[in-house]
Design a protein around this ligand. Structure first.
Ligand SMILES: [Zn+2]
Length: 305
């Protein structure tokens, strides 16, 4: 996929990551350096943020990106410029390919390293290294930084966020993004669980959020509240759209996502489907017919005859 045009000023894109440009690497605090994974795209925005964490010569690498040629040069340049000589270990927020796919490239370059994550056998299979499981509440330390793991599923069942205790900041993975909202995928996504994870993150009251895609978020609590309000608003829109009559997901997306460019409607369909699965479990909507996921006609439950 090609790099989006960074000069676009189309207001329709203001709430998406399309056209968002970020530098190849940047220092975001005395213990946080970000290097872009060089994998821009529709679902990754400017690419995956890969983080060098700590203040010592050896640092934690959080999410090594997708394994794209060109990333290694960016990472090594960022290491050189920030006084980091080696990778202490690799830590993963979750098993999606734009986070886990770069592990092999790192092991080839830096030799054997510990690689840790919450296990998800289906998605962990392509990882060329044995994985060390991380439990909820586990602490990973390096010089100048302490990471505490928070199991926060919903975007993916294995998803971990990490509190950076020294800054009371949060590495949010894909649960919270620098711009736009997270996709709740058909495979492994669960909106009800995701909302509970957002509530848990809100209770932690992080100052900054360092997301897996897009720029740093200065007010973590405000962003988490915005995310929760956004999902509630989408849900109201879906119920209002269904109030006009039973419909397939594609029709609901067209009715609701007027503020999102059409190129993102396939992603939006995942989110609408996630809302409908949640509302179905809550007894608020029902399937008028059984069929392949995207062909199902949905209606409000009280219209049942
Ligand atoms: Zn993901």
């Amino acid at each position: 996929m090609t790099t989006p045009d960074p000069t676009t000023t189309d207001p329709a894109h203001a709430n998406t990551m399309i056209g968002l440009a970020m530098p190849a690497w940047e220092r975001w605090s005395e213990r946080v350096v970000v290097a872009l994974g060089q994998n821009p795209g529709l679902f990754t925005g400017p690419g995956t943020n890969t983080y060098l964490i700590g203040t010592g010569r050896a640092r934690i690498l959080l999410d090594p990106g997708q394994g794209v040629a060109g990333y290694l040069d960016v990472l090594e340049h960022a290491m050189e410029q920030s006084g980091c000589e080696s990778i202490q270990e690799i830590v993963l927020t979750h098993g999606h390919v734009d986070h886990l796919g770069g592990v092999g490239q790192m092991l080839e370059r830096f030799g054997p390293l510990r690689v840790s994550k919450w296990p998800w056998p289906d998605f962990d299979a392509p990882c060329p290294a044995p994985l060390t499981p991380i439990d909820d509440g586990a602490v990973i330390r390096t010089q100048g930084a302490t990471l505490r793991a928070l199991h926060t599923p919903g975007h993916a069942p294995d998803h971990l966020c990490f509190l950076l205790e020294e800054e009371h900041a949060l590495f949010s993975g894909d649960n919270v993004l620098g711009v736009g909202t997270t996709v709740i995928p058909d495979e492994g996504g669960d909106l009800l669980v995701y909302l509970a994870s957002l509530e848990r993150l809100l209770a932690a009251a992080p100052h900054r959020i360092y997301p897996a895609h897009g720029p740093v978020i200065e007010d973590g609590v405000a962003k988490l509240r915005e995310y929760l309000a956004h999902r509630a608003a989408r849900e109201r829109q879906i119920l209002a759209a269904l109030g006009e009559g039973a419909a397939r997901i594609a029709v609901l997306v067209q009715r609701i996502y007027t503020d999102v460019p059409a190129v993102l409607h396939a992603a939006a369909a995942h989110s609408v489907a996630a809302h409908l699965r949640k509302l179905e479990r809550e007894g608020i909507v029902r399937r008028v017919d059984a069929g392949p996921a995207r062909e199902v006609v949905w209606s409000l439950a009280q219209e049942a005859t």
